[in-house]
Design a protein. Structure first.
Length: 210
């Protein structure tokens, strides 16, 4: 039993629907966590509106204002440490990560991906599934290890692909699964049902994660 809520930071670049699902789970006391920070690389993104309504501190930045990725990641890392963040939650964050953040939060950074990994990593996973003609796809929550959606898998949910599914309709059916599974996995981490330490015996990969 935790003595206090798990301190998390959410990274997002888009609409923020996964952020909202996590925030609602916290508010409803289904998730024993506190959102300490939202990190966003697009100040105009809709997630910024959602976050402000939730009263969560926001770190906004524009990558072009920095000489390289490492520079803005060092700034982010300072904020994460200042707020005592224990778990980084990537929720539609579209920036490539370097080892500045991956190494610092190895074993404490998770991502959600719209496919049953290791199938269809990277961009346009829903489109990839349709183009390959698979009959089942789904979502995966995994640790970030510096590779392309290659970290240890923590949880998955499957979803049948319908004959008339398009990239848009399949994406719309995948989102509710994400909104259900992601808060659940975070709660399992907070409650100790998922022990992240078992995955930290190996070193993160050299390279980048997108």
């Amino acid at each position: 039993m935790r003595e206090r809520p798990l301190r998390i930071a959410v990274f997002a670049s888009g609409s923020g629907s996964n952020f909202e699902a996590i925030a609602e789970a916290v508010k409803a006391e289904r998730l024993d966590a506190s959102i300490e920070l939202l990190v966003c690389d697009r100040p105009e993104a809709k997630v910024v509106e959602r976050v402000r309504e939730a009263g969560v501190p926001v770190h906004l930045f524009r990558p072009k204002d920095y000489p390289d990725r490492e520079a803005y990641e060092r700034e982010i890392l300072e904020q994460l440490r200042a707020k005592g963040v224990e778990l980084v939650v990537l929720a539609g964050y579209m920036r490539i990560l370097t080892n500045v953040l991956v190494d610092a939060f190895w074993g404490r950074m998770i991502n959600i991906h719209p496919s049953l990994l290791p199938s269809f990593p990277g961009l346009h996973a829903v489109r990839q599934a349709l183009e390959h003609g698979v009959k089942v796809t789904g979502i995966t929550v995994h640790l970030v290890d510096g590779g392309l959606d290659s970290g240890p898998i923590l949880a998955q949910r499957a979803l049948d692909i319908r004959p008339k599914d398009t990239e848009e309709t399949l994406g719309e059916r995948i989102h509710p699964l994400e909104h259900e599974l992601y808060p659940q996995v975070i709660q399992d981490i907070a409650a100790g049902r998922i022990d992240l330490e078992r995955y930290t015996n190996t070193k993160p990969k050299d390279g980048i994660h997108s």
